[in-house]
Design a binder for this molecule. Structure first.
Ligand code: ADP
Length: 402
């Protein structure tokens, strides 16, 4: 029997998300999440997709190892245990692959060492990802484990886009360059957008707007990423839920010298207490829209700043690409907030961009066009599916050989 299942693991600093997929038809068998690992109030939620049955465990889960063992037990209760001969591989989301990892990679000791060497540029994410990998290896040492990197899709960016205008010797010594993130999503969505247009990925140019709590834009030329808005870290670029996105770097000197803030305080301010949350106290677009409906000016200004930044990036990436076939909205805000899509494209008729408000208002889980049939550039809503993309890439790498 050829094993056809892939377990996808996404380990955050205090969470573990997982999905078990059957790659014969890309269907989901089980999905779940362990939250607040290391606290007294940890919670595991596991759903067996076939029946819709959901089980919940509440109570302390000390670390990722315990979390993954509990997940393995839940899967085993459904007859989907990690020891199943039908399991082909485990695919891990790894946030930072630097310049080294341009493709999904079967994990061995040298790969682990390299992911570890990248910790200084991804101090929050790579350690958690490493813990997830090591725990999974301990549970199934014989099984291929694959790392799928958030940065990989962006490694095709030309040097002109990837380099900051600082002394290259200093930049190289400290590995400072623009890496970009959300690559798995940008890869998947740009491909699905081509499919929606009835084209091959190498036949189209797409601007992808991944608007979730974290947010990033990318310019994808004939299937290859040529520019993206996040940089050395996910802080650069669009206004996000709690991150400022672009600002004059001198704001940091000013906050330190004049504001008397420490580097850690500034880091927290810009990453955790800025963006929509910093501007109006809410980072959920549903709540912001509700407040705007009630005439809240603070929420309204936060929305305008958020939209203005998206527009600037659409314009910039239009210029980078020269010719654009589609603009695709994805992730929590991009897929659900019609008002954001409509405002981001408003006034861009000169670029061939427009939204048909009736199509825009339709709620659906599927990929769809929301531009008028006559528009020069398609505007699309394309739900992202990072887990499916990780599973597909993992299976493509190991499925053939197992
Ligand atoms: P991440 O993966 O970055 O945590 P998601 O892509 O899940 O984020 O997006 C989460 C965000 O999506 C929420 O913070 C909220 O702002 C937005 N969102 C989710 N559902 C809706 C909705 N129905 N309408 C508007 N915004 C929504």
């Amino acid at each position: 029997m050829t094993p056809t299942r892939v377990l996808v693991l996404n380990s955050g600093s205090s969470s573990l998300k997982y999905q078990l997929l059957d790659m014969r038809d890309s269907s989901r068998l089980a999905v779940g999440l362990v939250e607040r690992i290391g606290e007294q109030t940890s919670r595991l939620r596991h759903t067996l997709v076939a029946t819709g049955e959901t089980r919940e465990q509440n109570g302390p889960i000390a670390d990722h190892e315990t979390a993954l063992k509990s997940v393995a037990e839940e899967l085993a209760r459904d007859g989907l245990g990690l020891d199943s001969p039908e399991l082909a591989a485990i695919g891990h989301r790894v946030v930072h692959g630097g310049m080294f990892f341009t493709e999904p990679t079967v994990i061995d000791d040298s790969v682990l060492t390299e992911i570890e060497r990248l910790i200084p540029v991804a101090p929050l994410h790579n350690p958690a990802n490493l813990t997830g990998i090591r725990t999974a290896q301990a549970l199934r040492p014989d099984l291929p484990q694959v790392a799928v990197f958030d940065t990989a899709f962006h490694t095709t960016m030309p040097e002109s886009a990837a380099r900051y205008a600082i002394d290259p010797k200093i930049a190289d010594r400290h590995r400072i360059r623009r890496y970009g993130f959300h690559g798995t999503s940008h890869a998947y969505v740009s491909r699905e957008t081509a499919r929606l247009l009835g084209k091959e990925p190498d036949e189209v140019n797409v601007i992808v707007l991944h608007l979730g709590n974290g947010a990033s834009a990318s310019a994808v030329e004939h299937g290859r990423c040529v520019e993206t808005s996040m940089g050395l870290t996910p802080l650069e670029g669009l206004v996000m839920g709690t991150r400022s996105g672009d600002l004059d770097p001198a704001v940091i000197f000013h906050l330190a010298r004049v504001g008397g803030m420490s580097m850690d305080e500034i880091d927290t301010l810009l990453n955790k207490r800025s963006g929509l949350f910093g501007l109006c106290g809410d980072n959920d677009m549903r709540e912001i829209r509700r407040r705007i409906e009630e005439g809240d000016e603070e929420a309204s200004l936060a929305f305008d700043i958020y939209i203005h930044r998206i527009k600037k990036y659409i314009g910039a990436y239009y210029a980078v690409l020269g010719q654009v076939d589609a603009v695709a909205f994805t992730a929590g805000v991009g897929e659900n907030a019609a008002a954001v899509r409509s405002a981001a494209v408003a006034g861009l008729e000169g670029l061939g961009l427009a939204v048909d408000e009736e199509l825009n208002a339709v709620r659906s889980d599927g990929a769809r066009l929301i531009s008028p049939a006559s528009a020069r550039v398609a505007v699309a809503v394309v739900p992202t599916d990072e887990e499916l993309e990780i599973a597909t890439q993992t299976y493509a790498l190991v499925g053939k050989n197992s």
